[in-house]
Write a protein that binds this ligand. Sequence first.
Ligand code: FMN
Length: 261
Amino acid sequence: MSKQNWKPGNMLYPVPAVMVTCQREGEKPNIITIAWAGTICSDPAMVSISIQKKRYSYALIRDTREFVLNLTTKKLAAATDYCGVCSGRDTDKFAQTGLTPCDSMAVNCPGIAESPVNIECKVTEIKPLGSHDLFLAEVVNVAVDDALLDETGRLHLDRSGLIAYSHGGYYELGRQLGTFGYSVRKRRRMHKSVQKILQRKNKRIGNNCIENGLYRSEPDKAYENSCFVRLCLCTSTGVISAVDQSTACKCRPSVFSSLNR
Ligand SMILES: Cc1cc2nc3c(=O)[nH]c(=O)nc-3n(C[C@H](O)[C@H](O)[C@H](O)COP(=O)(O)O)c2cc1C
């Protein structure tokens, strides 16, 4: 692969483009779009945002030492862009975008109700770097949309339509290629007790039948690179549930991973 060497510049992509909310007491709340944002520590949970001094939001966040990071979605893409090209100096961005301010739990500035996740932050340090000042902040509360939680309380962030920003463009996320650690994950053997239950059922269905009441279809296109297959749990009355690898593993990891070969 032949490469050109460019002068130093920002080329770390994709990044999240978040809508950061801030407010000085007694004034209107503001929204600034920030792409130079990142997770910087797990414990304590910390994030950073870099802001140019000339931004209207700069002084708000410097003085109040609080802000909320609001994750952005496909539905919020236009508003995200708008809040990145208009200034709160002469615009009420909540009014212009139709977004709704929502109360925060641990900071005094509001989040954005339409955003699936609001990350409330308190500034711990401001570091001048050059064009931008780096704000380090501790996460003091995370508010998550109920609709993204399943009955066990597990968050399905993938269902929120998150977007990324890359080299001047906004993009929706594509299909999942794997999950954390999938490249080294070992396949487990079926647990003996499960084998026994399945042996009792021992149902055969068409060409795709595999023994013991579990049916496996052709590899699912969505998972073709990660050798996942779509599985159906069968009973004497037929196929009762079609589940993908991730769902299946959550219910009965030993059953489903042993079939995934
Ligand atoms: C996608 C995108 C990402 C941006 N990222 C940053 C950033 O990381 N830091 C920054 O200071 N400005 C950034 N900006 C510019 C500000 O969002 C923009 O100047 C905004 O109008 C400032 O609003 P304010 O004056 O109300 O604070 C970005 C703009 C866009 C569209």
